[in-house]
Ligand binder design. Sequence first.
Ligand SMILES: *Cc1c(COP(=O)(O)O)cnc(C)c1O
Length: 405
Amino acid sequence: MRLEEVQALHERIYLPAYPPRPLVAVRGEGTRLWDSEGREYIDLVSGVAVNALGHCHPALVEAIREQAGRLIHASNLYYTEPQTALARRLSEACHGMRVFFTNSGAEANEGALKAVRRHSAVVEREAGGGERPLRCKVICFEGSFHGRTFETMCATGQARHRQGNEPLSPWYEFARLNDPESVERVLDERTVAVLVEPVQGEGGNNVASDEFMRWLRSFCDEHGLFLILDEIQCGLGRTGRLFAHEHSGIVPDAVTLAKPLGGGLPLGAFLVSEELARAFTPGTHGTTFGGNPVACAAGLAFLEVLEKENLLERVRETGERLREMLEGLRRRSSHFVEVRGRGLMMGVELDIPGAPVVAACLRRGVLLNCTAGNFIRFLPPLNVEVADLERGVAVLEESVGECAG
Ligand SMILES: *Cc1c(COP(=O)(O)O)cnc(C)c1O
């Protein structure tokens, strides 16, 4: 189908939740994406941090083909080998935590929120804490993004995502990232947990400092709170470490994952400490599709390539190269205000609206993304070539020139 046909149909029958986009994606290979008109793009968004190995990495395609030919779905009434093997890899890499697979990031966060609330309602009560009020309040952060389900939307610290969905759940309060006092101010006897992205993605690559992360850990310990890390975007190699919290060296109580986890197939996970795992018994949580064997086989292949191709080290190097290139733009033009991010979760804030710039880059064959109004994000595959980043930065400079001039 031609672009105009798809556009017209889509606009007539699809829910208008996204703005119109002039691109029908039909094929991808590495950092290259082709549309229905045969145009080629350098894809530096990677399906919003999902295609961490680029499009159609042969190891992923092979793993998916192989598993799809053997068993596509069996339900969680039975064990499957890919699910168990992937859970083991994640647990071994993440403090021996317990693992539960979901279909999305929002669902992973729902699971972690359910874990801390259930812990208060079930485990704490049983331990004789009857006098203590039920603890259900979670401290979140301004600028955060945790998903589109009702609870995760209420935990999201951006009014534009919540507006129009009132009445909202009252159990989320917002503090400011890297501001301990603002956290202390919203603490009360009903607080059970702190939920934080080590690097805020949708909020515009706001990095929680290592010092702040360590302070949060000690604050949670001091007040008997659980520390939940949303690593859905910044986890699994994006910042140059397998988990973003490794930079600060802390041990969280729960970690949520999704985006790149299934190698492009829908897969999320929440990981919890042994203590939090006590909140669940058979029948207290579940999912029809979560931990599907094909998605888990793809996840295993993704983690294998990450290790075999030494991608974490490569992300640290190319991430620094990208930062230097963007700092170069900032020195050359006042339209580039601030470079923010970590590893290959890198971007630059503009002093002009970002959406027209992204559209101008697309016309020049480079896919970038804008978030928070004027923040241009690069979320390239973890194995991206420096030459593609150079091209992307050059096109960004031209496009800002066009839009500002
Ligand atoms: C994308 C994202 C989510 C939501 O994931 P979905 O799979 O869209 O539900 C949650 N948290 C963060 C940090 C994200 O980047």
